[in-house]
Design a protein around this ligand. Structure first.
Ligand SMILES: [Zn+2]
Length: 377
């Protein structure tokens, strides 16, 4: 059979099927149609020397460009990182979600899914010179409106977002989490909770989460690091994982530290998902993009297949979208073409610590819905 598109002779790394071998990947009618040798297509791209993975999912991004000051351009970001699905986490709330849908989600090439913020206007007060936490004023917590907006947009809304911490919820403390949990329960979707500096504590937030809920910024630095001063994982965090809570990186400008990551990995506590939390204030460093964030875990000694799993099959599971994050024939025809370069790379964390890495992943091409969307070169 002749397929629509064939990526020829790449190193196919698909953790959902335990595949890591040289093969062709074919797409037809917008879906993955085959993995094998000698496949023929109406369009063929030679990807010899490159890595082909299921379309990368960045579980934590901010892509409401123009509608919120922290938003970046979704398509430019997706191309730079070879990301096929950007999950926007709480840029928009029920008061401004329709604009996000009409002017960004529907206009972008890249697939965009969203966690709807429980605060009425999403993350509205976040810029270079201003920082007003959208959870600080309880009058903005819009439970009924959030339920209505979810019901009208279930094709693209995959969860509820809330931000808890000294900066995001301020004097309201942990109270917005109660409202967000009630909304998530009412609509039957996962909650993603952000934490920043205390109060409240990481332990207090994570202990409230339900199985399938996501704690983002999980490897943040002190204060509110997941490890004690002696480098041990805090008990409540281990209990939350046993309870089924998922742990997401959400690098951003303040939430990934080498010190925390080394301690967590030494204790055998790995993140479920790796995400960039790229927004306007960290796209020029220290987060940059999703492939740089993934590369930091290679630098920590984690194997490539595990790192790819954290941005494909694990992320799809967290989203409850099993048709994403895999190259199983019949699944959504998204794929990422990556370049793993060996050299000397300086990778900084949010505290300015620099680790010299010997390899780094670069985006080299993207397939969306079975269509070649071009490469970076
Ligand atoms: Zn964020």
């Amino acid at each position: 059979m002749t397929h629509d598109l064939v990526l020829r002779n790449g190193r196919v790394v698909d953790p959902s099927q335990n595949i890591d071998r040289i093969a062709d990947v074919a797409f037809t009618d917008g879906k993955v149609s085959a993995i094998g040798e000698g496949l023929t297509g109406r369009e063929t791209r030679d990807v010899t020397g490159r890595i082909v993975t299921p379309g990368l999912i960045d579980l934590h991004t901010h892509v409401y460009w123009g509608g919120t000051s922290l938003g970046i351009d979704a398509d430019a970001f997706a191309r730079a990182s070879s990301v096929s699905t950007c999950v926007d986490t709480g840029s928009a709330g029920p008061g401004n979600f329709p604009g996000f849908r009409k002017y960004v989600i529907e206009k972008s090439e890249v697939r965009i899914l969203a966690f709807l913020h429980v605060s009425f206007a999403g993350i509205y007060g976040f810029g270079h010179n201003i920082s007003v936490g959208e959870g600080q004023d309880m009058r903005l917590l819009a439970a009924r409106d959030a339920v209505e907006v979810v019901e009208a947009n279930r094709d693209v809304i995959v969860g509820i977002k809330v931000r808890i911490g000294r900066h995001a919820s301020g004097a309201a403390g942990i109270a917005p989490l109660d409202v967000a949990l009630q909304v998530a329960d009412e609509v039957g979707l996962p909650l993603m909770a952000h934490i920043d500096e205390p109060p409240p504590s990481y332990e207090a937030v994570v202990s409230q989460l339900r199985p399938g809920d996501i704690l983002t910024h999980c490897f943040r630095p002190f204060p509110n690091a997941p490890v004690t001063g002696e480098g041990k994982v805090k008990r409540e965090i281990i209990e939350a994982r046993e309870h089924g809570v998922l742990f997401d990186i959400g690098h951003g400008m303040g939430s990934f530290s080498w010190k925390t990551a080394r301690a967590m990995i030494a204790e055998g506590f790995l993140p479920d998902t790796i995400s960039s939390d790229v927004h306007a204030l960290c796209i020029n460093g220290p987060a940059y993009d999703q492939v740089t964030t993934l590369s930091k875990f290679l630098a920590l000694g984690r194997p490539l297949a595990e790192v790819i799993a954290a941005s494909t099959v694990n992320a799809a599971r967290a989203l409850r979208r099993p048709e994403l994050g895999t190259l199983k024939p019949g699944s959504v025809g998204d794929a990422s073409v990556l370049d793993l370069r060996r050299d000397s790379f300086a990778l900084e964390d949010v505290r300015g610590e620099i680790v010299t890495a010997e390899e780094r992943i670069f985006g080299a091409g993207l397939v969306l819905g079975g269509r070649w969307c071009g490469s970076n070169e």
